[in-house]
Design a protein around this ligand. Sequence first.
Ligand code: 13P
Length: 287
Amino acid sequence: MNLNTILQDATQNYWSTGHFNVSNMEQLRAIVSAAEELKTPIMIGLSEGERNFFGLKQAVEMVKVFEEEYSTPIFLNPDHSYSVESAKEAFDAGFNSVHIDLSKLSLEENIKGTKEVVDYVKSKNSDVSVEGELGYLRGKSEVQKEVIEIKEEDLTKPEEAAEFVEKTGIDRFSGAYGNIHGIAVNEPKIDIERIKEIRKILPGNVSLVLHGGSGISEEDMKKAIGAGIANIHVNTDIRVAYTDALRRSLEDNPEQKTPYKIFPPVIEAVQKVVLEKLRLFGSVNKI
Ligand code: 13P
């Protein structure tokens, strides 16, 4: 299955694919088995930090093994590659999706670097879907004990989104529509009208991505999908489920030293979160 074809189906039929970040095999197993249970394709993301910890080749090979074991299509994505080099390096290592995030640069520089990645990837494998990003996303994938205020100038302007997409040739567009990374004291308010405007101005074969999927209300999430979001990224909720369950497992069994006895409830806790999200995204029975 081709990721762009899946995303176009999601756009046309108002559901969203799930993208979940991992740092290790236990999280990967939990996410893939949830996707298998619901019969849906899944995207697995590794940020630069997660890639450094997991290992590029290790992630690629492990996903291959899971693909042999399960029937769900898995798309491995180098989430937020902050340089052309790191995006290319992940693609060269075998990632079958790419995310280049030069949103901290000027529009011109962002276009130049993103296009370089698109041209590189497409010249080697035109089936691989490439995501570019425009707009300023505040926060980080943690539980943050502060209020995060979004400024008007952070948000993606629809005309700039159109120019960015046209000049780069990306398949997936990720913008700032009131979303933040992580969970803050205040709940983010998603600018649904902005998503609609961006959806309207972009070509139909370019999919819209929503980052910062943790901490957004179910109501806003549903409205965002209704406005054209076809792919939602979740990391913090996975990290919270994982670490909380691990702490509980260790506290409940203080004498336990055997990892394969400590980790099953942790995997189950992550799986539960992923099942809830995928159901919310309408991502059930898609394969
Ligand atoms: P959250 O940590 O808010 O879920 O965001 C994750 C994300 O957007 C990863 O790309």
